[in-house]
Design a protein around this ligand. Sequence first.
Ligand code: SF4
Length: 397
Amino acid sequence: MVSTHHEEPESGITEGGTQGAFRDVLSTKHARRGKAPLHFVDMDDQERKELAKELGMPAFRVKQLAQHYFAHWDTNVSGYSDFPSKFADIAQEKFFPTLIEPILEQEADNGETIKTLWRLFDDSRIESVLMKYPTRTTLCISSQVGCGMDCPFCATGRLGLTRNMSAGEILEQVRIAALQCETGRLPGGPTRLSNIVFMGMGEALGNYKAMMKAIRQISALPPEGFGISARNITLSTVGVVPGIRKLINEHIPIRLAVSLHAPSDKLRDELVPMNRRFNTTQVLDAAHDYYLSSKRRVSIEYALMKGINDQAEHAQLLAKRLNHYGDDWVHVNPIPLNPIEGSPWTASKPEDEQRFIEILRNAGISATLRDTRGSDIDGACGQLAAKELAENLVQRS
Ligand code: SF4
């Protein structure tokens, strides 16, 4: 499905999946311990300089490393023409350890969507999706291995939470995608990575510190960061209210996307277990406060599930609850659910999707049916990892 206009976010990764029959098994098999090796981007400038000193390097070498990393997305230190070869190996090992390795790549939409399954240092799996659009190129990234929010219709939810990702693991997804864009991996030749959405595996606000460290380095200008405008970064949350409130105080103009999926507590308690902790009123209050402080319209994500949350009464109640806060503060993205095999949660009928959107629009709420890029390559959040893990399990048993 194609959006009628390009309202962000547009990630190809979204909720999909089934009740977690394999969840515990997968997460047990999946679980590893320990921390990812420390990477250049996990350290602040002082820590980098201290490490350089320990390695016998002058402090100014740190700035060179930063320049190559952030301005050229290049971690091959031995290839740096301005870097002494005697320090290349040790700098490579201590500053740029390999944190993520691609193990599977799938393409869709004539090559304009590339989904990558990555292996982390502890053999965990995460995924990212790169999507080319006429006016921008967007990367959807993961921030946790699995997710602990347990939404019953979601493939990632059934993996459970294995661990938080480090800032390095998050940022390496960005660096590699930026390099792919630059080197013409996408159709149409070299392009620039322009947008980042935290809509892959995990609840980004559940990994607040690493996520913020990543956001600051995505948005700072080189050599402090990749120079992707904060306004082009979208953070998706299931509604972790204290996290939203903390984000308000960061004063970074990123876009907030709230996965609501239901207009009432009764229904949302079932679809999004986190609602029992922070209910719809608390979530919407926090989202509206985010809008007031950031002046950025909040996105409401709403996965349409046939006969469950996609009827006229749901759209009417959603419109009423959003209009309660005033006009034009929110944009709703109904998302056609991309269910995985055997799921009791299925996609809405196209006519019900249309009716849902019309009701919202007639009530003065801007709404766009979200583009589900990559849906033909297991495009729903967590599905690629879930599939690959399931295959591994079959092979091992
Ligand atoms: S928060 Fe998102 S990723 Fe996590 S289980 Fe719920 S729908 Fe899935």
